[in-house]
Structures are given as structure tokens and as C-alpha cells.
Design a protein around this ligand. Structure first.
Ligand SMILES: *Cc1c(COP(=O)(O)O)cnc(C)c1O
Length: 412
């Protein structure tokens, strides 16, 4: 083996020794509440397909029709000749769904964050981030070159401190370099956090951003389709849609397809078409993905979407009351603890990486699939089981999960 492979093998060995080495699992079934892995059928509590749309006949038919009409590939980037009718239909549907002036779709949520943040900010600007924002926002922040200020998770005092610092920085910046734009301040948070399943205090954050003249970007990846009367997300439920300059989300979770989106003002969208490099320098998403996403959004808007939203919350209630109350134990590793906020994501904190992996394996012995989430997805020593519920689970599925969680708790 040459040095290159030797070095990589050594690095993998270190990951393995730390309980952090990861491997792909081949799944031999469509997305759903039952998945086939290694010849076994498992009850699946790991999907972000919260409303069960990924395998829905309406979305599949939309994708098939798009393939037949527009082909398998899109042939070019959006600004050349790849801006196909299904992309435009998707963007009109998204703007209508979110009650926004305009929308732009990207190939993934990851590309959405990278393209949008780097288009809006440069090295003279400041980005203020919640400590737990998704990796794509952290990567975008770094790539933009902006000054990065991080506040403790959901800590409004910390946020205000960073905003005060940013305002002072802005003042000094505009005095030093009169020819430049004064520095911009962009606050970025998720609405429902992907690994903790808790909610950001959006009303208070919006008030602070007004007070300090900052811009606000909210990533609704785990809230789109699930919250609010029109299922637009937590911003709708919190009544702050009008105060968020940049509304971001993914089409790969509750929407059931793939891609990402920004909703906002017409100038924002026109600007991103000109400046978001992950949008400009990349082949347009395949027509099937855009058409499936359009069908997913329309289903979310329909009475069936409302029904699924209701069923999902019933499952969440049932699961949470089944897991709680938390047994009191002072030993860190023995705690199975659900976080107190209502979301489809129910993290069960374990702490130690190897114990989290063992707990996941114990559930798998019972034909239940709940992944162990470890560093670098969460901080070291904050490993957890991450349960996600979907509208297509049955009440019996949820009972089975709760019983299995109770039994692994007692067999430590
Ligand atoms: C999943 C996720 C993304 C990325 O979206 P993809 O479409 O999967 O690339 C962005 N932000 C958050 C909070 C996410 O959970």
C-alpha cells in the first residue's frame, strides 16, 4: 500500500477507536415505515419524510410524467437552457404555499445555504449564528469570509450581545472605509433544530433583528409542512413570516422529494439568480425532482396534508408521554431523556458514543431502526438516539417503539 492509502487507513483506524467510524447501510426497499436492510425488515424511525410523501403515488406519478414529458436530465444549468417548465411551476407553487413574493429552488438544501449566504455576505460583513445550526450554514459562513459570531443555543442574551458587538463593528467599519457599503449583519437560525428537535424563539429573535437593523434568515428544514395553519412552518405559527428576509427550506424532508428553496422578496430572488454560485454553476435539478416537489407541496396544502399533520402530532404526543417521565439517575450514561419541545424529532440523549451505538443495536435486535447520532453531527459526548416519527406510522408502530425503548432502558 502506498503512503496515501496507509495514511487514510490510519485515520480511519483513529475514528474506529473513538467509536466514530461510519459506514453506509444498503437499503433494499422504498422509503417508508418498513425498510429492508441486510435481508431484514425493520420498523423505521429514522426518516425525515415526516408526512410520508416520498413514496406517495401522487409524487411518483408526477415524477414519471415529468420524465416522460421532459426527459431524465435537464441538460444544462438554469441560466443556460436548463430552466424547464417544472422548475418554474415548482417556484410558483412554493411562493404561493409560503405566501411569499417569489421563490427559487436549488438542487439541495445544502447548496441553497451555501449559494444564498455567500451571495448576500462578503468579508466585510458579520454573520451571527446559533451554536447548533446545521453544517451547511456553518460551511456557508466560512466560505463567505464574513466575520462569524456564535451565540449559545437559543440564548437571546447571547444573541443580543453579539448584535451589540456587530453594531459597533458596523459603525467603525463605515467610518474607516467610506467607499464601501457599511457591513451587513445576518442572523441565521433554524426554526426546529435538526438534532435536538427544539424550537427557536422566533418572535424574540425577530424583535432583536429589528432593534439592531440586522437581516434574518431562518432554515425551516424540519418545520416546513408541519407547523402553522397553512403548514408553512414555524414562522407562520409564530406570526413572523413578514419579518424574515430569507426563508429557507429543503424539499427533501416533509415535502418528500429533493432540492432546496429560498422564499422572499422579488429583489432577493432576482439577486440570487445573478449571484448564488451553487445555483448558477450547477446543472439544473432533474425535471422529476422538481415535479415531485411540486406535487409534494400541493399535497401539503390540501386537506390530506392537514390530515397528515394532525396524525403526526398525535404520534408525537403518544411517543413522548410513553417515554416520559425520565427515570432519575445521576449516572450520565443511564439517562434516556426526551427534550421538552414538541417536534417530530425526539432525541434521546445518551452521551457516550459507544453506548449510543449499543442502544441502537439493541433496538435493531428488536427489528426497530433508530440511528445513533454521534460527533461530528452533534458535539462529542452528546451522542443520542434520534427518533423521528412520520404520519404514515400507525399507532401500533408507536406503541412498539415505546415498549422497545422502555425495555432497553431496563436492560442496561
Ligand atoms: C437536511 C438539512 C439541510 C440540508 O438539506 P438537503 O436538502 O438535505 O441538502 C439544511 N438545513 C437543515 C437544518 C437540515 O436539517
Amino acid at each position: 500500500m502506498n503512503n496515501f492509502n496507509q495514511e487514510l487507513t490510519d485515520r480511519l483506524g483513529i475514528l474506529h477507536a473513538q467509536g466514530l467510524r461510519r459506514e453506509l447501510r444498503r437499503v433494499d426497499s422504498p422509503p417508508g415505515t418498513r425498510i429492508r436492510i441486510d435481508g431484514r425488515t425493520l420498523l423505521n424511525f429514522s426518516s425525515n419524510d415526516y408526512l410520508g410523501l416520498a413514496g406517495d403515488p401522487l409524487l411518483k406519478e408526477a415524477a414519471i410524467r415529468a420524465v416522460e414529458k421532459y426527459g431524465a436530465g435537464s441538460g444544462a444549468s438554469r441560466l443556460i437552457c436548463g430552466s424547464l417548465a417544472p422548475h418554474h411551476e415548482l417556484e410558483e407553487t412554493l411562493a404561493n404555499f409560503k405566501g411569499a413574493e417569489a421563490a427559487l429552488s436549488f438542487s439541495t438544501g445544502y447548496a441553497t445555504a451555501i449559494g444564498t449566504i455567500c451571495a448576500l455576505l462578503g468579508k466585510n460583513d458579520v454573520m451571527v449564528l446559533d451554536k447548533l445550526v446545521h453544517a451547511c450554514i456553518v460551511d456557508a459562513a466560512r466560505l463567505s469570509g464574513a466575520k462569524i459570531r456564535v451565540f449559545a443555543h437559543n440564548d437571546l442574551d447571547g444573541l443580543e450581545k453579539m448584535l451589540r458587538w456587530s453594531s459597533a463593528f458596523r459603525l467603525s467599519g463605515s467610518m474607516l472605509k467610506r467607499e464601501l457599503q457599511p457591513p451587513r449583519i445576518l442572523i441565521v437560525t433554524e426554526s426546529i433544530f435538526s438534532m435536538d428537535g427544539d424550537a427557536a424563539p422566533l418572535r424574540e429573535i425577530a424583535a432583536l433583528k429589528e432593534k439592531y437593523g440586522a437581516w434574518l434568515m431562518v432554515d425551516e428544514a424540519h418545520a416546513t409542512g408541519l407547523y402553522g395553519k397553512n403548514r408553512r412552518g414555524l414562522a407562520e405559527e409564530s406570526g413572523v413570516c413578514g419579518q424574515i428576509e430569507v426563508q429557507m427550506g429543503t424539499l427533501g424532508k416533509a415535502v418528500g422529494a429533493s432540492g432546496g428553496y429560498i422564499c422572499g422578496s422579488r429583489p432577493l430572488i432576482d439577486y440570487l439568480v445573478n449571484r448564488a454560485r451553487s445555483f448558477i454553476f450547477s446543472t439544473a435539478p432533474v425535471p422529476a425532482a422538481a415535479a415531485a416537489a411540486t406535487a409534494g407541496v400541493r399535497l401539503i396544502q390540501s386537506p390530506e396534508g392537514e390530515r397528515r399533520q394532525r396524525v403526526l402530532w398525535e404520534h408525537v404526543e403518544k411517543c413522548r408521554t410513553g417515554i416520559l417521565p425520565v427515570p432519575d439517575s445521576s449516572k450520565d450514561g443511564d439517562r434516556l431523556e426526551a427534550c421538552p419541545t414538541l417536534s417530530a424529532i425526539i432525541p434521546i440523549l445518551i452521551g457516550d458514543e459507544a453506548r449510543a451505538v449499543a442502544a441502537s443495536a439493541a433496538l435493531r435486535e428488536r427489528d426497530i431502526f433508530v440511528p445513533a447520532i454521534r460527533y461530528p453531527t452533534v458535539a462529542r459526548g452528546k451522542a443520542r438516539l434520534r427518533v423521528t416519527l412520520t404520519a404514515t406510522h400507525t399507532p401500533d408502530d408507536v406503541s412498539e417503539l415505546v415498549a422497545a425503548l422502555q425495555s432497553i432502558r431496563h436492560h442496561k
